[in-house]
Design a protein around this ligand. Sequence first.
Ligand SMILES: Nc1ncnc2c1ncn2[C@@H]1O[C@H](COP(=O)(O)OP(=O)(O)OP(=O)(O)O)[C@@H](O)[C@H]1O
Ligand SMILES: [Mg+2]
Length: 227
Amino acid sequence: MTIIAQGLSAKRSGRTILHPTTVDIKPGERVGLVGASGSGKSTLGHALIDALRAGGTRVAHVPQSPDEALDPLRSMAFHWREAEQALGLAGDDARRLQLFDALQIAGGDLGKRPWGWSRGMQQRFVIAMALIGTPDLLVMDEPTSALDPVVAAGTMDLLDLYLTDRETALLLITHDLGLAAKRVSRLMVMDTGRIVEDAPTARFLSAPQTQAAQALCAHRNWLELPC
Ligand SMILES: Nc1ncnc2c1ncn2[C@@H]1O[C@H](COP(=O)(O)OP(=O)(O)OP(=O)(O)O)[C@@H](O)[C@H]1O
Ligand SMILES: [Mg+2]
């Protein structure tokens, strides 16, 4: 069934940072959300997640910063246990090791707190947490921003497999048109709190309609990026 959230909006300090917006995503569909810094992508992501979860849709989230997901006072083992418990799952070391191996963080010490892991390892840990269950939608906000290009590409390959396997839909929030071009079939563009363009990726890249989309395409040599 198509995932739909209507009337998403947000105000901060009396200022509208997200104008009323409807988002629809088909089962298993992969959608990118792009736009200038401050255009409202993360705000829309949060509003979408809140609305969908309130309606019973299962949504996993990889926030823009691992800090949003990891408590500096808790060990990594605690976070992992908490993620399993939130999904009603018993602890499963084999499942954890499989995810850690795939994301190349098997060497991380679970007894340590987040700051005992590098930023890139924290980011992959948070991605692994989001992959424990079988959500209807995975919202990832700049999931590879702390990763080197080789690890980023490997992480996105793993994600492709995971999404196909579970028929999970993806909303990929990114600044990186190269990443989006390769990984999503549809792109939405945000500009000052509104979605101003929503098009199949190929059409968007070859013929961007709005000024915001044209600016993004003009300033990115997206074909040459590796992931
Ligand atoms: N808690 C807040 N209080 C006040 N303004 C906020 C708050 N959160 C976000 N904003 C403002 O809302 C706008 C959208 O922010 P948002 O974080 O959604 O942008 P973004 O597109 O995700 O940017 P980036 O690409 O830099 O992550 C920005 O102008 C930001 O300054
Ligand atoms: Mg953001």
